[in-house]
Design a protein around this ligand. Structure first.
Ligand code: ZN
Length: 485
């Protein structure tokens, strides 16, 4: 049985640093100006490059959740909020970090990371959306400029790696791949990454507006903050949720955001079935003890108040415990009342494939792709299933088709393409796909190596040669930039 989520090791969650709860407000009253110390601005192109380098560092340093359904959910929620933010055209990217601490962060270039611990701690969609809207506001209000200033003192890749390490909480871990940055540099950037109290209040205020405009209950933010705050009083400062250590919450701040929420008015969406389903998915797939989580969902689904998410969780837990028949019948029941839901369909197809009903599984994927043409999540599952069924040619076609869409250019899809090409394509195509995979995972030297290998093959068409050459130049430039410092 294959769980993309579980294939990767859990990242060590020991928090390497713990900034003090209350940050001084020295530079908080004056908003950062748009220039660095030498008076030059960070250009949109630089910002974009910085963001991409940051994301590569994140991929190299953390375990990201690659589960296509969960990834899609968090992106959709993020996009909905961005569309109603102050910068609807800014290119945000949302991703999930496999880390049990309750945390979320905004990195350069609009890369917003949400920890699995935070999704599990949120009780409804508006609580999760509240934190996301808050992080979006840090970006739209340019609160990250101080980090950019700090980055100007280092080379871009070093700054990106350092900031990633700090935000992921692995700053003092010597294995984190930030050897290039001295502890002092990391320390000074750490200081500059901490938002001021004025920043925090502004992010609350703007975030609540975004929630209201998105039609999501604005009380999600203050109620979640309050719950986190209460939990620290209950469990002590040692067990403080990570989010609070970087986002100090006070009774004053909660009261203020309550007032702001009041202004937005009630009567908006508090929750969604999708959130509850995805959260159940996360809870079951991440659970250390498969049989315990099955017992838990058996109890939940037996309650009179049980909803679809409880039954979906039960189906998944059954599947994790090898009870495919029970999983299948549970999913079929869910599909009876909600036949077009992609999550039910892809989960059922996975269960079918796992229990040897390959033909039925492939047919269900194809049917779902017909229902949702070009759907990336379905495509990804389908390509993997085709590969598993020995239909590498078809998988390769599908993967190549998918990466035409920028959204599909993820490590998972390139990995599928590389695998499929290694079975059914020319060898250079495997090199080409692997190069993108290495690049996205932050290993540029290996990416270069792959493209150099690709060019050594004699059967590469002129057109492909040119494209590979151009990409190779881009990678080499990144390496040259890195070597500067
Ligand atoms: Zn904040």
């Amino acid at each position: 049985m294959e769980f993309p989520l579980l294939n990767t090791l859990l990242l060590c969650s020991a928090l390497a640093f713990c900034p003090s709860l209350v940050r001084s407000d020295v530079s908080g009253t004056d908003l950062p100006d748009f220039g660095d110390s030498s008076g030059s601005l960070i250009s949109p192109t630089q910002e974009l490059e910085f963001g991409e380098a940051f994301m590569r560092s994140v991929r190299a340093q953390a375990t990201l959740v690659s589960d296509p359904d969960l990834t899609r959910y968090i992106r959709r929620l993020g996009d909905r909020l961005v569309a109603n933010s102050d910068a609807p055209n800014y290119p945000f990217t949302f991703f999930i970090v496999q880390d049990p601490s309750v945390n979320a962060f905004a990195g350069p270039g609009g890369y917003i990371g949400i920890h699995t611990g935070l999704i599990l701690a949120a009780r409804n969609e508006s609580e999760l959306a509240g934190v996301m809207a808050h992080e979006i506001a840090h970006v739209t209000q340019r609160h990250l400029l101080r980090a950019y200033e700090a980055a100007n003192q280092l080379s871009l890749p070093t700054a990106a790696a350092t900031i990633a390490a700090i935000l992921l909480g692995v700053a003092t871990n010597s294995d984190a791949g930030i050897a290039a940055a001295s502890a002092i540099q990391a320390g000074s950037i750490q200081y500059q990454l901490n938002f001021t109290r004025a920043n925090e209040k502004e992010a609350d205020r703007i975030g609540i507006q975004t929630l209201g405009r998105s039609g999501i209950d604005p009380f999600g933010m203050p109620s979640f903050f309050e719950r986190l705050y209460q939990s620290t009083r209950l469990y002590g400062v040692a067990n403080i949720p990570e989010f609070l250590s970087t986002h100090p919450v006070t009774t004053d701040r909660i009261a203020e955001s309550m007032q702001r929420a009041e202004q937005q008015g009630r009567g908006k969406e508090l929750d969604s079935l999708e959130f509850q389903l995805e959260r159940a998915r996360l809870a079951v797939l991440l659970a250390d003890d498969a049989s315990a989580v099955l017992q838990e969902y058996k109890a939940l689904a037996a309650k009179s108040s049980a909803g679809p998410a409880d039954h979906y969780g039960l189906a998944l837990a059954n599947w994790r415990n090898g009870a495919s028949d029970s999983a299948r019948s549970e999913l079929l029941k869910l599909m009876k009342s909600d036949p077009d839901r992609i999550l039910y369909r892809t989960t059922l197809a996975q269960v079918l494939q796992d229990s040897g009903q390959q033909k039925e599984a492939l047919a269900l994927y194809q049917d779902t792709l017909n229902l949702y043409p070009g759907d990336l999540v379905v495509g990804q599952y389908y390509a993997a299933a085709l590969l598993q069924a020995g239909k590498a040619e078809q998988a390769r076609d599908l993967a190549r088709e998918m990466v035409r869409d920028e959204q599909a250019r993820t490590p998972a899809v390139y990995q599928l393409w590389a695998k499929a090409a290694s079975v059914s394509g020319p060898p250079w195509e495997t090199n080409r796909a692997s190069a993108e995979l290495y690049y996205l995972n932050g290993d540029v030297p290996l990416a270069v190596d792959q493209l150099e290998q690709a060019l050594r093959h004699s059967d590469v068409s002129r057109y492909d040669q040119e494209r590979i050459q151009a990409r190779l130049e881009e990678f080499r430039q990144i390496l040259a930039e890195r070597a500067k410092k």
